[in-house]
Design a binder for this molecule. Structure first.
Ligand code: NAP
Length: 309
């Protein structure tokens, strides 16, 4: 496939404007032709109130990128797949694990690509870390993913509502990285969830995982941290320590800073989406969301101070 893929965006908010629109504009494989958003408009393309109206009015549309909050992901994705469009899902790919499997089956039935994207996996240090860790003996993993919720999610109510994930909205980025770089599968053993008295979702969480060999994997997520965020993963091995920081943009191995190139997470996501469409395939890995679901299943909840935005 050499011609451009006609694409539409649904949910024109923070991430659509910060990342998706520039990434699509800079990609030779895609041409943005429409937007679907209740309140926002994209200059220079046709705009609709919702995905259904966009699908009905744009027969030339071939793909949609879904950037609204996760609670509405399933209904938008189902409509697009049933109309025969390729679909890219922002992270997290759904509000439940099982709904994403239903979408994967629907994509297959309709001969469409479904791409459950994990932008943090496209940070420049991730593939280098994965390659270095392959075959190493790992003795401990420590994840610290801490930031100020008021800085990163000002006024966003959906993050506190069921399906919005609370602190797991950023924490799932760390989980998407460790599920990619660690050579063995791991599972949750226990968790503590710290939930504001007036909210549904946790503002902080401590998670203890293990792999089949008993390797301790600890993750601490906290939204009450700042002003500088701390997004780091440290993997201790028998051959030295791997230190991934700044969300995957900085990598040090055994004390040596690695030259990993610049950040291009979203351009790389659209490269991948284009490749999947071109090869008639899908990429749907729910493992980061599965770990969050396990934390909600196993975690002990502790009530903490009310959160007011
Ligand atoms: P946002 O700005 O709050 O929401 C995006 C847009 O979705 C809103 O502006 C709204 O546009 C639409 N929307 C909101 N609620 C809706 C509903 N109930 N039904 C239909 N449309 C609705 O959120 P965001 O920060 O862009 O995050 C969106 C997704 O991207 C989340 O899954 C998040 O995890 C992911 N993400 C965010 C960031 C970030 O830095 N913010 C980074 C990476 C990934 P209209 O009112 O015009 O419909």
């Amino acid at each position: 496939m050499t011609e451009q893929v006609a694409i539409g965006i649904a949910g024109v908010g923070k991430i659509a404007r910060d990342q998706h629109l520039p990434a699509i504009a800079g990609h030779s494989g895609f041409k943005l032709i429409a937007g679907a958003s209740r309140n926002a408009r994209i200059d220079g393309v046709h705009n609709y109130q919702n995905v259904e109206d966009m699908l009905a009015a744009e027969p030339l549309l071939q793909a949609v990128s879904l950037c609204a909050p996760p609670q509405v992901r399933f209904s938008q994705a189902r409509a697009a797949l049933e109309a025969g469009k390729h679909v890219m899902l922002e992270k997290p790919p759904g509000a439940s694990v099982t709904e994403v499997s239903v979408l994967a089956a629907l994509a297959q039935q309709n001969h469409c690509t479904l791409f459950a994207s994990w932008h943090s996996r496209h940070a420049p240090g991730v593939d280098v870390a994965r390659a270095w860790l392959a075959g190493k003996t790992i003795t401990a993993v420590n994840v610290l993913w801490k930031e100020d919720v008021r800085r990163w999610h000002p006024g966003q109510e959906w993050i506190w509502q069921p399906g919005g994930l609370g602190v797991f909205d950023p924490g799932i980025n760390a989980l998407s990285i460790i599920t990619r770089i660690l050579p063995h599968a791991f599972f949750l053993k226990s968790a503590e969830l710290f939930v504001p008295a007036n909210r549904h979702n946790p503002i902080a969480a401590n998670l203890d995982f293990s792999d089949a060999l008993g390797t301790p994997i600890r993750a601490e997520f906290d939204w009450r941290f700042g002003p500088q965020e701390l997004w780091q993963i440290e993997v201790t091995t028998r051959d030295g320590i791997l230190h991934l920081a700044q969300g995957g943009k900085f990598l040090k191995i055994d004390g040596e800073v690695q030259d990993i190139g610049g950040e291009r997470e979203y351009p790389s996501l659209y490269d991948r989406f284009f490749e999947l469409i071109s090869t008639g395939s899908s990429d749907v890995d729910v493992s980061p969301l599965q770990h969050v679901a396990d934390a909600m299943l196993l975690g002990s909840r502790h009530e903490v101070e009310k959160f007011e935005d």
